[in-house]
Design a protein around this ligand. Sequence first.
Ligand SMILES: Cc1cc2nc3c(=O)[nH]c(=O)nc-3n(C[C@H](O)[C@H](O)[C@H](O)COP(=O)(O)OP(=O)(O)OC[C@H]3O[C@@H](n4cnc5c(N)ncnc54)[C@H](O)[C@@H]3O)c2cc1C
Length: 287
Amino acid sequence: MSLYPAFARPRDLGQAAEIMGSLSTGAMIIAGGQELMPSVNYGALMPEVYIDVGQIAALKGITEEDGGIQIGSSTVHRDVQDSEVIKSKLPLLSYAATQIGGGMQVHNRGTIGGNIVAMHPLYDILPSLLALGAEVDVLKGEGEARVALADLMKDASHGLGSESLLVRIHLKPMTPSAGWSYEKLKITAGGYGSANAAAIVTLDGDKITGLRVVVGAVSALPVDMSDALGGCRGQAWSEHLAEEIEEKASAEVTDPLSDHQGDGDWRRAMAGVMARRAVETAVSKAG
Ligand SMILES: Cc1cc2nc3c(=O)[nH]c(=O)nc-3n(C[C@H](O)[C@H](O)[C@H](O)COP(=O)(O)OP(=O)(O)OC[C@H]3O[C@@H](n4cnc5c(N)ncnc54)[C@H](O)[C@@H]3O)c2cc1C
């Protein structure tokens, strides 16, 4: 091992695949460096080779094709926030991106791909992407494959960050009449959340017909509560339903985080509160 890390800058996806395939462990992809470099500075990580994907044009930007929306993994948070396509067709994601803390530098340099791959429990983007049913393209030596983000997150062998590259995110536009909400409970302005919830609701009259709820920042990975709260379908909003959602959502958090953001019992309770608030706001916006 050399005393100093090496640096590779592929110009396109072909070169990136070649480089990833030829390197041993110890190579790390770097995009905006907003997650990676603090870990290096704290001595928690020491990559032997940095693979800088910032020059690969195919990883940048937001496009619409075949009725879907594609977001390149190197698209920075600011571009997600400012995109008219995202604002009009994926308002939940647009809003969640504005809730990222850290200020201008993080928004201008941090990428949506880096945010996903970090799979940090307190980050803001995953709950919304999971509620929206996102799929992603992943590039490995053998080529690109499209997978549901929810499945990728359960796959411990994904190799993202060293052996494989997140290329782009695929999303379907939200139903225009759907109500949505992203709730972030934070202790300081611009800080990380202690419990977050993304909700999407469709109504027929005053009855709930569709419900997606994903709660983040309360356990190691976001918890998709859509099935557990499936009993809400066919019901109108009421105090009784609100209490039911809060109780069921809390019960879904079986292994709560306990850290400087709050202890486990409180986090579990806040998961319920955030889920209830998110569904209530989404119901009020639907139709
Ligand atoms: C002060 C501060 C406050 C912050 N507050 C928040 C907040 O409130 N909410 C929030 O959500 N986030 C927050 N963040 C985190 C920030 O959003 C993430 O650090 C950022 O999105 C990561 O993107 P990046 O491009 O900088 O990733 P990098 O740091 O470059 O990479 C992060 C990880 O992803 C891997 N990676 C990057 N791109 C790819 C790719 N295309 N394919 C495969 N692997 C890849 C890297 O190898 C690394 O493991 C904060 C960060 C800072 C510094």
